[in-house]
Design a binder for this molecule. Structure first.
Ligand SMILES: Nc1ncnc2c1ncn2[C@@H]1O[C@H](COP(=O)(O)OP(=O)(O)OP(=O)(O)O)[C@@H](O)[C@H]1O
Ligand SMILES: [Mg+2]
Length: 268
């Protein structure tokens, strides 16, 4: 298996770094008790990577995602997002970077029930102050990217669970974020619908989107290119999947075969 020291594993050394954590630590103080949720995480993720974060309950996955997503700052260590050190920024500075660089997808879709798909997707652009015509054009483009070009007028209650989550993915993409960050995106979906979401993620990643997804399901992690396993606040394993799941195919496919198919497709 292709496995090196935690934090050094990258897909292609020549690629641009999107995020880099060094000695990333987070300590929570609860009365007299100190909880060390992250204990020195070293990690680099490059443009175009597709990473699954795994680990048992309490291992620090959500804490780590909060740092990566600029929702919280570390107690010690540094974190750089797109070349900018964000470990010591104020709340309002963090919010600005978060809106520009991160697209969030959560287990619960967090859509406005009475608004159309189009309106739900254009919301982040309203906050960003984009003009209406531009907002509609970009929202429509992202809905088409997730295969919902024919559902732009539907409201969430008029959509299936998988379609709702795809609206949430389109909304996460509308600001062209550096990282698409998903915390248990298939947690509320049945297995068939989960595959629908993994199909969208796979296609987005093929188009170059950097994706980081937290999951406790092994078969979901097998759709990604790389797996990082946390335990007790440190990286326990960091490796490239040598076999991956591909939507529409049974079982695991060796990456050599996936690359052959991709190369052949590129020749046409
Ligand atoms: N706000 C907080 N205050 C105090 N302790 C916290 C806080 N948030 C998390 N912790 C503790 O930090 C550790 C890591 O928690 P975290 O939520 O990151 O785990 P997780 O890997 O996401 O778990 P799960 O799979 O259950 O979601 C746990 O021991 C947790 O109890
Ligand atoms: Mg969690």
């Amino acid at each position: 298996m292709d496995e090196r020291e935690p934090g050094t594993r990258v897909e292609d050394e020549s690629r641009r770094t999107v995020m880099e954590a060094a000695g990333l630590s987070k300590t929570y103080q609860l009365g007299s008790e100190t909880v060390r949720a992250l204990r020195g995480v070293n990690l680099r993720i490059c443009e175009g990577e597709y990473v699954a974060i795994m680990g048992p309950s309490g291992s620090g996955k959500s804490t780590f995602m909060n740092m990566v997503g600029c929702l919280d700052t570390p107690t010690a260590g540094s974190y750089e997002l797109n070349g900018q050190n964000v470990s010591r920024l104020s709340e309002s500075q963090l919010a600005r970077i978060r809106n520009r660089e991160i697209g969030f997808v959560f287990q619960t879709f967090n859509l406005l029930a009475r608004a159309s798909s189009l309106h739900n997707v254009e919301l982040p652009l309203i906050y960003a102050g984009a003009p209406a015509s531009e907002r509609k054009r970009r929202a429509r483009e992202k809905l088409e990217m997730v295969g919902l070009g024919d559902r732009i007028g539907h409201k969430p209650p008029e959509l299936s669970g998988g379609q709702r989550q795809r609206v949430a993915v389109a909304r996460a993409l509308v600001n062209n974020p550096a990282i698409l960050l998903a915390d248990e995106p298939t947690g509320n979906l049945d297995s068939k619908t989960s595959v629908e979401i993994m199909e969208v993620f796979g296609r987005l990643n093929e188009q170059g989107q950097t994706i980081v997804v937290v999951t406790h399901e092994h078969d979901i992690a097998e759709y990604a290119k790389r797996q990082i396993h946390l335990r007790d606040g440190v990286i326990e394993r960091d490796f490239m999947n040598q076999e991956r799941r591909i939507p529409g195919r049974e079982g695991l496919v060796p990456i050599a075969e996936i690359e052959q198919v991709a190369a052949a497709a590129g020749e046409h």
